[in-house]
Design a protein around this ligand. Structure first.
Ligand SMILES: *Cc1c(COP(=O)(O)O)cnc(C)c1O
Length: 430
């Protein structure tokens, strides 16, 4: 495969952008080689600068649940753009998307739109602190919530219940109010709450963690977390930036039948444009400026182009019975992979929840903890990734990232992918 143009562009980019990219994982560091510069996408397929075509399972890291360049989303963006791209005033599209979001999530009565998932989680934590008057909050090891200072925190050592900075430039002060506990461990969570619930504003979690492999919640785990929050008077924040509009229209909350106090959204609700959102009951949301004392603002927040892309996306998801179609596609892929997965049982694990999946190189039946993800072979993932690229299948360039199916993936795409996976696994295990 010829990728000379991508290589030349990357060499140029390395001079002008740190690491040649605007977001680290794109740089292909964990799979080796140079990143591909994509120039075009249509449906489930992307084409790079050298005109190589791939079936895409990265899908811009999740937002493109309808596929690339969906005609209805494009039409909405185009029709909005000719009227002007930004006003810095209220715009009626904000009301329309808010109506769709509150309609899909019973726990969300009001919503504030922002420009990224990072802004959404950062603001939700500020709101939780402002609402409860407590400084600390709990997060789970391995859950990613964007790159705000106090969220780039890992678990502390030994008995320390406060976290430690997970990035240079994050101060101990930033990390001090972040308590980090293991996911799927009710006992550890209850211990922290017993000791210091009166200082804790919120628990923030990805209901189904998707940013450190795909980690599945143990049975009734999320219900238990909800109960603990109620018992100790702590707000539950579901970070549904990936799960939202993905597991179901109403995200993990609909899927597992649980209501969060605050929800953060992003990715899919932007229809491929930069959007984030956070929302919850009016009682909490009214604390946000200008109603209340918690400040949060944005020059381009509620941008008409982004809103109209999101509206088109969500409307289509509602009208198409999207989630049962996605489930069928997921089952079809799984069936097609059955033979090769059995052949290499104990060496590779295909995990899947609805339209989210991962290939993990480990001897395990199911991944429910961060420790299991840490044991996966990233060397084998890198080999696998390279073999698949050569066969025209584009997975996220890191074994810690998940794959996404879209409504645009056809049976033919999935059959071809299963063949490519079979050949790739035969090749790396031969
Ligand atoms: C992607 C992601 C974020 C951050 O969103 P950005 O738009 O990249 O800032 C936050 N939380 C979760 C769960 C995510 O997957």
């Amino acid at each position: 495969m010829n990728t000379n143009k991508s290589k030349a562009l990357f060499a140029e980019a390395l001079n002008l952008l740190p690491g040649g990219v605007d977001s680290p994982v794109r740089a292909f560091r964990s799979v080796g080689g140079t990143p591909l510069f994509m120039k075009k996408g249509k449906g489930a397929r992307v084409i790079d600068e050298d005109d190589n075509e791939y079936v895409d399972y990265c899908m811009s890291w999740g937002p493109l649940i309808l596929g690339h360049a969906d005609p209805d989303v494009l039409k909405a963006i185009q029709e909005t753009a000719v009227q002007g791209t930004s006003f810095g005033t209220p715009h009626k599209s904000e009301i329309e998307l808010a109506r769709l979001v509150t309609g899909a999530y019973p726990s969300i009565e009001q919503v504030r739109f922002v420009n990224s998932g990072t802004e959404a989680t950062m603001s939700a934590i500020r709101l939780a602190r402002g609402f409860t008057g407590r400084d600390k909050f709990i997060k789970f090891d391995g859950c990613y919530h964007g790159h705000a200072d106090f969220l780039l925190v890992a678990s502390g050592s030994g008995l320390a219940t406060f976290g430690t900075p997970d990035s240079a430039g994050v101060t101990d002060g930033n990390a001090r109010d972040t308590v980090v506990v293991p996911y799927n461990d009710v006992v550890a969570l209850e211990e922290v709450l017993k000791k210091e619930a009166d200082t804790i504003s919120a628990i923030i979690m990805e209901p189904v963690p998707c940013n450190y492999g795909l980690v599945l919640p143990e049975k009734a785990y999320l219900q238990k977390v909800r109960k603990l929050c109620d018992r100790y008077g702590v707000l539950l924040i579901f970070d549904e930036v990936i799960n939202g509009f993905r597991l179901a229209l109403g995200g993990a909350q609909e899927y597992f039948g649980i209501q969060a106090d605050l929800t953060t959204l992003g990715k899919i609700i932007g229809g491929g444009l930069p959007v984030g959102a956070y929302g919850g009951k009016k009682e909490i949301m009214k604390k946000i400026a200008p109603e209340g004392p918690v400040y949060q603002a944005g020059t381009l927040s509620g941008n008409p182009l982004a809103m109209s892309a999101g509206i088109a996306m969500v409307k289509k998801l509602i009208s198409k019975d999207a989630y049962s179609i996605l489930r069928e596609k997921a089952a079809f892929l799984r069936n097609r992979l059955d033979y090769v997965l059995q052949k290499y049982e104990g060496r590779v694990l295909f995990s899947q929840l609805e339209s989210i999946f991962t290939f993990s190189f480990i001897d395990a039946k199911k991944i429910t903890s961060l420790d299991t993800v840490k044991k996966c072979s990233m060397e084998l993932y890198a080999d696998f990734h390279r073999e698949l690229l050569n066969r025209g299948v584009y997975l996220a360039p890191s074994g810690y990232e998940v794959g996404f199916l879209s409504l645009a993936h056809t049976e033919q795409d999935l059959i071809g992918t299963a063949e490519a996976v079979t050949e790739a696994l035969d090749s790396i295990f031969s």
